[in-house]
Ligand binder design. Structure first.
Ligand SMILES: *[C@@H]1O[C@H](CO)[C@@H](O)[C@H](O)[C@H]1NC(C)=O
Ligand SMILES: *[C@@H]1O[C@H](CO)[C@@H](O)[C@H](O)[C@H]1NC(C)=O
Ligand SMILES: *[C@@H]1O[C@H](CO)[C@@H](O)[C@H](O)[C@H]1NC(C)=O
Ligand SMILES: *[C@@H]1O[C@H](CO)[C@@H](O)[C@H](O)[C@H]1NC(C)=O
Length: 360
């Protein structure tokens, strides 16, 4: 069986009035595929740094429609994120909810991520925020879009995007939640890896399912959506280890998926004029970094190795700048932590670019 990794990032941000939150009993921390307990964050990384940006880099803007419900990034109070290990911070919806001490609720900031440090959701919430944002991160390591189409290789415990919407977001936060929310000041985000045979028919079905779930979020009141497309996983170490034909086939599949995602976003904007919709071109951003090198962006200027990962780092490291002699350079000088997941500097770049896109 050949495996295909597709990352879909959907973003949806909601604005809510903060009222009483239901705080169910905390059962246990989740250990999610591809997510590791990250190193301790030095205090200064979580406070607002200057906004880093290479002025020559064009905006990865594909689509934007402004609906009435959007009153600006500076007014976002609630962020709902969906996805897989690129997104997950291992939030447990039964644990402590987002609060002033931890805007992501649980586990301790930045959560267990796949980035060996804060991921783009963490950076959006605590670094590039222009307001206090409570983030409900429903992303789950290993998630696919819809298990009836493509099951996760990690089994039934994995919460797919469908389950994140239908079994978590809707029952816990949309209805009976004790949290009164409206569509304004809200945003949604998602990254999904789907493991499957490359097949155009299946791609179509996946996007239909994705679209159907977005419609369910709309029906629940969501109005502001940020979609992130699939990065060039065909250029990740896991795929580079395979033959040329496999790489080209993966690139073609991702290209087709991303094209269909454009249609999804376009249709959403046309059919629901009340929505504010962005499509963030993660694929463009990664490709530019890989083509032009680390200096293409300030956030990635510390990278020394864009092509490979170091085995000693692949399951995470004790600090943000850990150095194992067998790796030559510190962990944060590697773009890739392992065969599929990038390290935190590129998540910083993603978040920085997202905020520039949605504030322009
Ligand atoms: C964070 O603080 C440490 C220790 O004070 C310092 O060495 C480092 O340069 C700081 N990092 C940033 C990004 O400001
Ligand atoms: C950004 O988020 C941090 C962490 O929640 C918070 O301390 C800070 O006040 C927020 N910034 C603004 C401008 O509200
Ligand atoms: C493509 O995927 C669809 C949906 O899973 C399946 O019914 C069909 O048999 C697949 N086609 C090929 C050629 O694998
Ligand atoms: C990148 O890292 C791998 C694994 O440590 C190493 O084999 C390779 O030589 C490095 N490449 C560069 C350009 O440093």
């Amino acid at each position: 069986m050949s495996r295909l990794f597709v990352c879909v990032l959907i973003s949806v941000v909601f604005a809510y009035d903060a009222r009483a939150f239901i705080v169910p009993l905390f059962d246990n921390g989740q250990v999610q595929p591809g997510c590791y307990n990250p190193p301790e964050i030095p205090h200064n990384l979580t406070t607002r740094p200057q906004r880093w940006r290479d002025a020559s880099a064009g905006p990865p803007l594909v689509t934007r429609q402004s609906g009435k419900a959007w009153s600006g990034w500076q007014n976002v109070e609630y962020l709902f994120t969906f996805g897989d290990s690129y997104t997950s911070t291992s939030f447990n919806i039964h644990g402590p909810q987002p609060n002033p001490q931890n805007p992501l609720g649980n586990p301790a900031y930045p959560g267990a991520t796949s980035a060996d440090g804060p991921n783009y959701v963490d950076f959006l919430t605590t670094t590039y925020n222009q307001s206090f944002i409570r983030t409900f991160n429903l992303g789950y390591g290993g998630a696919t879009i819809d298990p009836s189409l493509v099951g996760s290789p990690y089994g039934l415990i994995v919460q797919s995007f469908r389950q994140q919407v239908q079994e978590e977001f809707i029952p816990t936060y949309a209805t009976n939640s004790g949290v009164e929310w409206s569509g304004s000041n809200s945003l949604f985000t998602d990254v999904i890896l789907s493991y499957t045979q490359r097949n155009s028919t299946l791609n179509f079905l996946l996007i239909k399912s994705y679209e159907n779930l977005v419609h369910q979020l709309y029906a629940a009141g969501a109005r502001n959506f940020l979609f992130l497309n699939v990065p060039p996983i065909d250029r990740s170490p896991g795929t580079l280890a395979r033959d040329k034909a496999a790489q080209q086939s993966m690139a073609g599949y991702i290209g087709e998926f991303n094209f269909r995602l454009i249609l999804l976003v376009y249709n959403l904007a046309v059919n629901y004029p009340a929505t504010t919709v962005w499509l963030f071109d993660t694929n463009w951003l990664f490709s530019r970094l890989l083509d032009n090198g680390p200096l293409a962006f300030r956030e990635t200027s510390g990278y020394a190795n864009l092509t490979d990962y170091c085995v000693a780092y692949q399951h995470g490291t004790p600090t943000l700048t850990s150095l194992d002699p067998s790796c030559g350079v510190p962990v944060n000088a590697y773009l890739w932590l392992n065969d599929l997941h990038p390290t935190y500097p590129v998540h910083n770049l993603i978040a920085s670019e997202i905020v520039q896109q949605i504030t322009r």
